[in-house]
Design a protein around this ligand. Structure first.
Ligand code: NAD
Length: 402
């Protein structure tokens, strides 16, 4: 019997397993993840802001597995040895495989900025997102004790999609923070420090401007053209533009780091040729030199022939890669040729709180409340696609029409 290991139960890995477990054949799957739950990584900002509990964005992995076809091991992957076709785990015996699907996801990227790791909170998984909410509430308590306004300041580093979506969710959470601090809502200050002079660059100027105006109207202080140089405890140091010698500071008791992501460090430690934890894979999603190793999701880089740059790492592409890797692997098991991965984005929508959003669906621009309905249906689709009907019914967002 052929042994398949799938490393990581995020969008890519879990989709691959769910697809493979439905197929007939003489193979067994072993899925490894350090959590016993799958979570919607695109919704972490809701847990970080306290607008949703973690149970609303996660479900037990075992609930969606066919346990006759799949063995689940809760453990951390330490290293993949593609030459000996084995995977070293932290607490379990080494696994041998015939085929591997590597889908280990992302981690926070600090770009070597001093103090970022020590003095800013990252938002990369459920525990780190819960920690952000706990921290905010602690700071509100400290304000009550000291009346020092720095405790009411929340600062986001980086205004990419993650930073923007987090800012929107924090606006929704502001009422609760204000109540905890015993102040009016307008006293809670949310800022976003961004190096680029233009945010949401993937959208045309008009749509991006709409997003910027909306964020500002909701009371977020968007500081564009500000390059972060260092994070000190309770303080962000930045310059206006890249080479300006003058260093400015902004104080905030809560500093959250959302300035970009890398693929899992396990990729580099396993000796794959990579850049920022991403492997430039073959057209069929296998690793260069290892036709029995698929590398998918945020640890993978696939060239977009239109832009001549790797596709951005999104949940949508990760899910599609999971499905495609499962299909190719199944072909290999039956001595059939693999197929090249193709991707046509269905669009991109960024939420700004629960009732606003903006983005593209196909080539059509969506904004405002209708866009937030689209965004919720994207999450519902993901729940159905990867988890199935049970997960959709228990975690889905159906508060669409009021
Ligand atoms: P990102 O790299 O897209 O954005 C990081 C931002 O931080 C950039 O705007 C960058 O200019 C800024 N930055 C970097 N260094 C800085 C510094 N020193 N000082 C100030 N600003 C700095 O990262 P992300 O937002 O985490 O997104 C990662 C990927 O996930 C992207 O491909 C994104 O499209 C995707 N994503 C998609 C969605 C969605 O579809 N709704 C949501 C979140 C993320």
């Amino acid at each position: 019997m052929k042994q398949i290991v799938v490393l990581g139960a995020g969008y890519a890995g879990l989709k691959a397993v769910r697809s493979l477990q439905k197929k007939e054949g003489d193979f067994h799957i072993t899925l490894v993840d350090h959590n016993d739950y799958h979570y919607e990584a695109t919704e972490l900002h809701e847990v970080a802001s306290g607008t949703q509990p973690k149970t609303k964005i996660s479900y037990p992995i075992r609930d969606v597995l066919d346990t006759k076809r799949v063995t689940f091991i809760q453990d951390s992957v330490v290293k993949i040895n593609p030459e000996s076709q084995s995977v070293e785990l932290k607490n379990h015996a080494t696994l041998q495989y015939d085929y591997a699907v590597v889908s280990l996801g992302f981690c926070s990227e600090t770009f070597g900025i001093k103090g970022a790791k020590e003095n800013a909170l990252e938002m990369v998984d459920v525990p780190s997102s819960e920690k952000i909410y706990q921290h905010i509430m602690e700071m509100m308590k400290k304000y009550r004790e000291t009346q020092d306004e720095k405790y009411l300041q929340i600062l986001i580093c980086g205004a990419g999609f993650t930073g923007i979506e987090l800012a929107g969710a924090l606006v929704d959470g502001r009422k609760d923070y204000a109540k905890a601090a015993g102040v009016s809502e307008d006293k809670i200050k949310i800022s976003c420090v961004e190096a680029a002079t233009r945010v949401l660059p993937m959208f045309d100027e008009k749509l991006a401007d709409y997003g910027v105006e909306l964020i500002k109207k909701l009371g977020v202080n968007l500081m564009t053209g500000c390059m972060i140089k260092e994070i000190k405890p309770g303080e962000v140091l930045y310059t206006k533009g890249k080479d300006d010698p003058e260093v400015n500071t902004v104080a905030a008791a809560t500093i959250i780091w959302t300035t970009g992501v890398s693929g899992s460090q396990v990729i580099g430690e396993s000796g794959f040729e990579q850049r920022r934890g991403r492997v430039m894979v073959n057209a069929d999603l296998t690793a260069p030199e290892y036709p029995n190793v698929y590398i998918i999701g945020d640890v993978s880089a696939v060239m977009d022939p239109t832009s001549n740059r790797p596709y951005p790492t999104t949940a949508q592409i990760a899910t599609r890669m999971g499905l495609h890797a499962a299909k190719n692997l199944y072909n290999q098991l039956h001595s059939k040729p693999t197929e090249a991965f193709t991707f046509h984005s269905l669009g991109t929508v960024a939420s700004i709180g629960n009732t606003h959003a903006l983005g593209l669906v196909g080539k059509t621009q969506v904004k405002g409340y209708p866009a937030s309905v689209v965004k919720k249906s994207i999450m519902n689709k993901s729940l159905l696609d990867i988890g199935g009907l049970k997960e959709l019914l228990s975690k889905g967002r159906f508060d669409l029409y009021h």
